[in-house]
Design a protein around this ligand. Structure first.
Ligand SMILES: *Cc1c(COP(=O)(O)O)cnc(C)c1O
Length: 394
């Protein structure tokens, strides 16, 4: 007879993304903490002067959290502006009835310009030639002009003032905003501070020149998350907050030293698929990278690198939490499965829940831990979490 005792359903879920009727939560899923998100919104809002609005970056599925879920919640608590990387992300939000301004930060191909007007999305002017393309489309398009003050990625170069004036003269562009991106605002070495202050100075010089020429000043924005933390005086009309909204900064050190209180929004959980004994000398996983040297009990988790669990966490680099215990990942992480050592944990059974990011008992694994273990930043760890993962509020 089937034993049902090991099956625990995920409690108090408010919403599932996947629209399969009767689907519970899948093999591995993301739990979103709405209270933490609201906490971060108020912490960050409190840092900004009254005239400065949050413009959350919900690109890349809101850094893996789920763009529609996060944006809906933000809309409900009064957030009225968003930014995304691509036009398709903006369309997805509109199709789910997200209200307010949506700014496309990156490139949109001219064949997709019709989507900008159809879905009321504002487009970034990535340089002067691109402004010409937008203008040639023929119908009015709302834009924010990017100004390149030193990152040399997107935006018109600030020394090309004549071309920036020309953009203001283009008859089919409704210029709603102008912004720059600070490329070294996350490190406070004297050199980087000097560089960032020059970026800020140069941006305001563009603003002043436009005013001198009599152009109306559009909405301005310079800050991303680190700008809010490290350069609070640069708050203008919007703050394009991404990673901080999700409750961490890019590294553990920055997160621990952050003067603005933040709480992680996301937990990553997974079902134990199978538990088995492994005898001394037996191998676990692809390539026989792990060989048991004693009698062991291992659990196979229903998550793999295709879900965004970095394969570089293989062979003991990464860990999972089970029943309040911290245990190592053993062998190579597979595309859809991961093995952990549960030898010393009593009563682990198929259907139990393991935690990859989040808390279990007294133990916690954060996105910062995984970023550190894999030599990257939390932004990458979170934004790579895969589309197979169910996302839900708890
Ligand atoms: C992604 C992005 C942001 C948000 O950055 P965070 O560091 O995550 O806050 C802001 N501005 C631009 C232009 C971006 O591309």
């Amino acid at each position: 007879m089937m034993k049902n005792t090991s099956y625990k359903s995920v409690e108090s879920k408010r919403f599932l993304v996947n629209e399969i009727p009767g689907f519970s939560c899948g093999r591995a899923w993301i739990e979103l903490d709405g209270a933490a998100l609201r906490y971060n919104v108020s912490s960050l809002t409190a840092e900004l002067p009254e005239h400065c609005e949050l413009m959350p970056a919900v690109k890349a599925e809101a850094y893996g959290h789920g763009a529609v879920l996060i944006s809906k919640e933000l809309n409900q608590i009064g957030v009225q502006a968003f930014c995304v990387a691509g036009v398709a992300e903006g369309v997805q939000l509109r199709k789910h009835k997200i209200k307010g301004e949506i700014l496309v930060l990156g490139y949109t191909h001219p064949e997709d310009f019709h989507l900008l007007s159809q879905y009321h999305l504002a487009q970034t002017v990535v340089d002067y030639p691109y402004a010409c393309l937008l203008n040639e489309y023929g119908k009015t398009i709302s834009v924010h002009i990017g100004i390149d003050t030193g990152m040399h990625r997107l935006g018109e170069r600030l020394e090309n003032m004549d071309q920036i004036y020309e953009i203001f003269e283009m008859e089919n562009l409704r210029i709603e905003g102008m912004f720059t991106h600070l490329s070294a605002d996350d490190t406070m070495t004297p050199e980087d501070q000097e560089f960032t202050n020059a970026q800020i100075h140069d941006f305001y010089e563009v603003v002043e020149k436009l005013k001198e020429q009599g152009y109306p000043c559009p909405k301005l924005h310079l800050q991303a998350s680190y700008g809010i933390v490290n350069y609070p005086d640069t708050a203008e009309d919007y703050a394009r907050v991404g990673i901080a909204l999700y409750g961490v900064l890019s590294t553990r050190e920055d997160t621990e030293n952050c003067r603005i209180p933040l709480k992680p929004v996301l937990s990553l959980k997974v079902r134990v698929a199978s538990v088995r004994n492994v005898h001394p000398g037996e191998a676990v996983g692809y390539g026989r990278q792990f060989i048991a040297d004693h009698e062991m009990k291992i659990a196979t988790l229903a998550i793999g690198y295709a879900d965004g669990l970095p394969r570089t966490l293989s062979n003991g680099v990464g860990e999972a939490l089970v029943k309040g215990y911290r245990v190592p990942i053993i062998g190579r992480i597979c595309m859809d499965q991961t093995m952990i050592d549960v030898t010393d944990i009593p009563d682990v059974q198929s259907g139990d829940i393991a935690v990859i990011i989040g808390t279990s008992g007294e133990e916690e694994i954060t996105a910062c831990d995984i970023a550190e273990q894999t030599g990257t930043i939390t932004n990458e760890v979170l934004s790579r979490l895969g589309s197979r993962l169910e996302r839900m509020w708890v």
